[in-house]
Design a protein around this ligand. Sequence first.
Ligand SMILES: *Cc1c(COP(=O)(O)O)cnc(C)c1O
Ligand SMILES: [Zn+2]
Length: 447
Amino acid sequence: MPYHNWFQCTRGCGRRYSIYDVVYRCEDCGGLLDVEHDLEALKERSADEWRALFDQRTRSVEWPYGSGVWGKKEWVCPQIALANVVSLGEGNTALLRVERLGREIGLPDLWVKQCGTSHTGSFKDLGMTVLVSVVKQMIADGKPIRAVACASTGDTSAALAAYCAAAGIPAIVFLPRGKVSTAQLVQPIAHGALVLALDTDFDGCMRIVQQVTADRTIYLANSMNSLRIEGQKTVGIEIVQQLGWEVPDWIIIPAGNLGNVSALGRGLLMMKELGLIDRLPRIACAQAANANPLYLSYLTGFREYRPVSAQKTLASAIQIGAPVSYERAVKVLRAFAGVVEQASEDELADAAARADRAGLYCCPQTGVALAALFKLVKKGEILPEHRVVVISTAHGLKFTGFKVGYHERTLADVVARHANPPLELPANVGAVKEAIDRALRTRMIGE
Ligand SMILES: *Cc1c(COP(=O)(O)O)cnc(C)c1O
Ligand SMILES: [Zn+2]
């Protein structure tokens, strides 16, 4: 196998480590580690050859290459033995043309990347397949790893628990008590993980898991560990592939810990470096106004940065005040002429509801991205002729409480203009017919 990757310090020192070392920060300078690849070896195949290989694998029945992540194994994690790959069919999610919503906002070329239609219902599967596979390889090689642990706003722990369950590796998840959805809480429970619900927020859980994983027999699965970013970087590659290898003008992504936007940027930059694309899209990061450290920093041209104390937001998966990958994200935003936008609770709920009425079924984080899109269109930053892709990060079915609360008009700070509660009627055909006529006459439905 000619291809090779390794961890490399992101600060000046550049020290390298094996991806099979239990290390999350540089031992010399404390910098974060990124995974780097032997690009010279990858360049020995032409861009056309890579495109053809990736296209062919997309229809492959040869396990695990049908996975959107492992179909790009050489770019993601080349040296791992196939026997240690833990895949649950992640990636290759639909890229939807959302014609009706696009028309409503004057953007005929609008697309949504459905990362939530995945095994555990969020994009976190893309990264977790890589991390858990590497751990399985390490255990096979005799490394003394007892368990894998993460702090989570819900979706990371669901993914970690599922992949560890598939591999037979113990998982420990740290969740902020009362701050994740019922579905997100029950997923790791069902997969047999050790679930620790702590009386704190995500940032508090993160501090504790970092101390716990100072014991190197408990492996840290947070996105500080860039193995996850390697899997997640396939999302940008997949989007371009699904557009017939054409680069969109904009990609909009909801952002919390800032791992996913860093991943998106890495995948696209790798494509450019290897000649598969010759230009880059612009990237818009979308934050909840209640947890907006990146947005505040953006307003200063990234000259200043201060973690914030994240306030409660319906977009609970991005309720993060001290994002681990801030520096990575700023690099990406600079390279992609990026912008950052924020959305209030009302804006994110309204955007999700409007999209639902046009046939999507959006999680609140996707609502944040759509609200940012609406604002950027209104400001004239995104133009009618632009091709725009919004990344939908989780499945709406994971956030039933959000949907029910919206349509029952019980969400704090949300007006719920599109609430559509069921009509309660007697079992009487006259009353039913009258209600149907009234609904169709007032165009209460279908609008
Ligand atoms: C994790 C997550 C995000 C945020 O991704 P980051 O890498 O933390 O920025 C957004 N939406 C959903 C649904 C998530 O689970
Ligand atoms: Zn270093």
